[in-house]
Design a protein around this ligand. Structure first.
Ligand SMILES: Nc1nc2c(ncn2[C@@H]2O[C@H](COP(=O)(O)OP(=O)(O)OP(=O)(O)O)[C@@H](O)[C@H]2O)c(=O)[nH]1
Length: 276
């Protein structure tokens, strides 16, 4: 069996930095962790990729091509589709080493994970090549420190989980940048709790918008609560233990499928196969 983390998340959420930290952790543990760069627009990263999509296609190629003439976003999607059409190239580059452990550093274009099918196809391809694949969704914690932001980050994570349908881990990146006060506020949300999130929104002032959409917000809060496994794990790359813990957690997810179930608790309760 081979193992793969699909490292995904919005632009600038810390995907490449995370990959590099895990490679370093691998060195410390005498474990070989490799990285494949799948970002055709990447300009800089600290690791040495074993495979780099930019050798096959660069986003600039799609923007400068007379016929294609894509903008940066359309160009990125085109590049991933081009990679899938040329999957033999990736297959050759990856080789077929048993037990290898590869991080796929993906582009920061959220629609690739929320509703387009390209990433799903890539996952299927990797599974056909004997990879156990787990998605690791990074969200910059600075965008999660009040109720409204946490709600929207959680919805984004849920959308990705439901779309990709593979074992999944959500990570709050850049924890070292949080103030003590912000960390305390965050702690109240980390166990999915609709009341804490809604309470915070009210605390921050019931704007006319919030008042008008209170029922909607409440329903979304309950939805998140019922998907009780949409959890975020805080990751502080300045803390060695935090990196070690995340690697163990993800190892368990990849190897033993101890993943976050995308079905809601309510659904499980109603599922006849789960009833006595
Ligand atoms: N303080 C701090 N900065 C971080 C951390 N992770 C990433 N950064 C910084 O955040 C910026 C973006 O990090 P990247 O790792 O390039 O993010 P990315 O998700 O790969 O970005 P894209 O490839 O553009 O999608 C860089 O300036 C990093 O140095 C972290 O844990 N702590």
């Amino acid at each position: 069996m081979r193992y793969a983390q699909l490292v995904i998340g919005p632009a600038g959420s810390g995907k490449s930095t995370y990959c590099n930290a895990l490679v370093q952790q691998g060195v410390d543990l005498n474990r070989n962790i490799e990285v494949v760069n799948l970002d055709p627009a990447a300009e800089y990263f600290d690791y040495q990729p074993v495979v780099d999509i930019r050798e096959l296609i660069h986003v600039q190629d799609t923007m400068e091509d007379e016929e294609l003439h894509f903008g940066p976003n359309g160009g990125l999607v085109f590049c991933i589709e081009y990679l899938l059409e040329n999957s033999d190239w990736l297959h050759d580059k990856l080789g077929d080493q048993e037990d290898d452990y590869i991080l796929f550093d993906c582009p920061g274009q959220i629609e690739l994970y929320t509703h387009l099918t390209a990433m799903k196809k890539l996952v299927k391809q990797l599974q056909d090549w004997n990879f156990n694949v787990c998605s690791v969704f990074l969200v910059d914690v600075q965008f999660m420190t009040d109720g409204a932001k946490f709600l929207s980050g959680t919805m984004a994570a849920l959308t990705v989980m439901v779309n990709l349908e593979i074992p999944h881990v959500n990570i709050l990146s850049k924890m070292d940048l949080l103030s003590v006060g912000a960390r305390k506020r965050l702690d109240r949300f980390l166990d999915p709790d609709a009341h804490a999130i809604l309470g915070d929104i009210e605390l921050n002032g019931m704007s006319a918008f919030n008042e008008k959409h209170r029922n909607l917000t409440e329903t979304i809060g309950k939805l998140i609560e019922s998907y009780s496994l949409v959890r975020f794990i805080p990751l502080n790359l300045k803390d060695h233990e935090s990196i070690a813990d995340i690697l163990i957690t993800i190892d368990n997810v990849i190897q033993y499928g101890e993943d976050q179930d995308v079905r809601s608790k309510d659904y499980e309760e109603e599922d006849p196969e789960n009833s006595d």
